[in-house]
Design a protein around this ligand. Structure first.
Ligand code: ATP
Ligand code: MG
Length: 601
């Protein structure tokens, strides 16, 4: 279906967007563009030189919340295409809606894009350039564009009430009705629009509308509003404006001013594309923009099971205290995924694997976990941690060794170190008392049980073979101590270590050198795979067990972790030293995911 990929994209899976870009490059669709590189100055396009970038894409979030995993798909797509085609991806804030936008969001969005591994600098012919833009810097140009449309009889000020406007818009089966204000002259409209700008009219009392066709089958072409009155302080332009452009008017202009070639968005904007084209064609005819104008292409948004990807709903979880903030490790925000322990590489891998299509679908959450495991399998150091500890006492220890003896033990941190390198080694000690998992002892073993029960032998991983002799219980019959004896001359890695055959090796941590750690066992935030589909109340399916905190014991190498360092806790899964709360010696870990997908079983 697609044209063959060129040499610069050898490993990238093909998709319909790459097909479109290949075609445009082949046909030289944008080869005539000139680029002066200073959007914001409305004249920049008319004076420029040839654009050295073959492809310009953009990532245009509205700074009204934190980015989520859905945005990650859009980021990987837009920045990835620019990277692979020798182009540039513009980082642009679509900040045309003053009420909901904040600097805090701007900062976190920039941080998240960088953390994911992308940047907005270009370097053409040795010239470094930053491509960080704000839609609000184009307000002057947008205003001029609006006046130009009015002058050409292509826009008018409508003073119908919002109710009248809604009623007269019609619906899918009924055409709309012309507004009584639709036949005003350009002079009358221009005067009115300037009054709007100068603050002479109340918020909501009138709007500027494009004059297209009230009977158009596509409702978005029935004279869409393009400017509204809104007395609100803007985070960038302050109180300079009391009128603001509508998103559908602003966005195409932003793309055109920045000379975007391929404007990629999610499918819900498909019905807006005719207006996108109408507007840019008219402004080009009026000499305000150069041809060829950008073109919009839509792809299916990411829907991930057990996750909600709406900034508004995520904000509700934060505002109502359902989670502990935007970076709560259960949140699907980029900051949340980061704190949970997902890596940028895993998220990029995930986005590559899910691909880009035009068909809406749900991606199983396990796809993200599989990408994480694939990324960390050979990178994360191994370590032993006991999450549900019970003490094991080796009753003959002081007879076999000297009193209080601590036997040094070692295991490789990486079972499969990169070729030509050797694994770092973890050191820990074995003494008379160790912590083991409660589930590794059964007084009366179920059928097939191979771990500790009276009379059975197992290996303490990396240490000695031991033989279970019994246990001690409290008044309620709960096991408080497991008893065993050490079998001499069976230490891992020494001659004769295998002379005693065992069927299991269990993980453990020495009481002498193990360190108590807070371990946060996170699970999915919702029990419903599609928590908000079809208007469902997502709060009704909150998982009551999405966070469990346990006090575990970890081996010394884990206790000395750096914040944000990832590990595989043997047999338990992947864990990360919490970025905020972990300090070496006083460890705090988050569970990223288990070793296998266990959800739904
Ligand atoms: P929300 O509806 O949660 O506010 P949004 O789409 O309005 O999200 P924007 O800040 O406008 O948020 O999004 C920036 C870009 O990210 C847009 O181009 C949008 O299409 C894309 N995007 C948002 N959500 C998803 C998603 N779930 N999958 C893929 N792309 C997405
Ligand atoms: Mg949006």
């Amino acid at each position: 279906m697609n044209a063959p990929l060129d040499d610069s994209t050898p490993h990238k899976p093909s998709n319909f967007l790459r097909g479109i870009i290949d075609r445009d490059l082949e046909q030289g669709t944008y080869a005539s563009r000139r680029w002066a590189g200073t959007p914001g100055d409305a004249q920049h396009q008319l004076s420029g030189q040839p654009d050295p970038a073959k492809v310009r894409t953009r990532f245009p979030p509205e700074p009204n919340g934190y980015l989520h995993v859905g945005h990650a798909k859009s980021i990987c797509l837009n920045f990835g295409l620019a990277r692979d085609y020798g182009g540039v991806c513009h980082m642009r804030f679509d900040d045309t809606n003053p009420e909901k936008e904040e600097q805090e969001y701007v900062d976190s969005i920039l941080d998240s894009v960088k953390w994911l591994g992308f940047g907005w600098q270009s370097n053409f012919n040795g010239q470094q350039q930053d491509h960080l833009y704000y839609a609000s810097n184009y307000f002057d140009f947008m205003y001029r564009a609006a006046e130009a449309l009015i002058g050409a009889g292509l826009a008018y000020v409508d003073e119908q009430t919002p109710e009248e406007m809604r009623a007269n818009r019609g619906d899918f089966t009924t055409p709309g009705k012309d507004s009584p204000f639709r036949s005003r002259t350009p002079e009358q409209n221009l005067a009115r629009f300037r009054e709007m700008r100068d603050g002479q009219h109340a918020d909501g009392s009138m709007v500027l509308r494009a004059k297209i066709d009230m009977a158009a089958p596509n409702i978005n072409l029935r004279d869409p509003a393009i400017y509204r009155i809104r007395r609100a302080t803007h985070h960038n332009t302050g109180d300079k404006w009391c009128i603001y452009p509508m998103y559908t008017f602003a966005h195409p202009i932003e793309d055109a001013l920045e000379q975007i070639t391929h404007s990629i968005c999610t499918l819900e904007f498909e019905d807006q594309r005719p207006f996108y084209d109408w507007l840019l064609d008219r402004l080009a005819e009026l000499g305000l923009l150069q041809q060829p104008t950008p073109k919009q292409y839509e792809f299916a948004r990411l829907n991930l099971t057990y996750v909600i990807t709406s900034k508004r709903k995520l904000k509700q979880l934060v505002d109502e205290g359902t989670v502990e903030g935007w970076d709560d490790p259960r949140m699907p925000t980029i900051v949340g995924l980061r704190r949970r322990g997902y890596t940028p590489e895993a998220i990029q891998l995930f986005c590559e694997r899910i691909g880009v299509t035009k068909a809406d679908s749900w991606i199983d959450y396990s796809t993200l976990d599989i990408a994480l495991r694939d990324d960390l399998e050979n990178k994360a150091h191994r370590g032993m941690a006991v999450l549900d500890p019970v003490k094991l006492v080796l009753n003959n220890w002081d007879e076999v060794f000297s009193n209080g003896h601590l036997e040094p033990c070692a295991l490789p941190a990486l079972p499969h170190p990169p070729e030509g390198t050797e694994s770092p080694v973890r050191h820990f000690t074995l003494g008379k008392e160790v912590w083991i998992e409660r589930e590794d002892f059964e007084e009366v073993p179920p059928k097939g049980y191979k771990r500790l029960f009276p009379g059975n032998k197992v290996r303490l991983k990396g240490g000695y073979v031991i033989e279970c002799t019994g246990c001690a219980k409290d008044a309620d019959g709960r096991v408080i101590e497991v008893h065993a004896t050490v079998v001499p001359d069976t230490k891992s890695g020494t001659p004769g270590a295998d002379s005693v055959k065992v069927k299991a090796a269990i993980t453990w941590v020495g009481v002498a050198d193990g360190v108590a750690a807070e371990v946060r066992l996170y699970d999915r935030l919702f029990t419903d795979a599609q928590p908000d589909a079809g208007g469902k109340d997502f709060l009704a399916s909150l998982n009551p067990d999405s966070k469990k905190v346990v006090t575990a014991f970890v081996e010394p190498s884990l206790a000395q972790a750096a914040p944000d360092q990832k590990f595989q806790f043997e047999r338990h899964g992947y864990f990360v030293a919490d970025r905020k709360d972990h300090v070496a010696g006083k460890p705090v870990f988050n569970r990223v995911t288990g070793l296998k997908d266990s959800w739904g079983k």
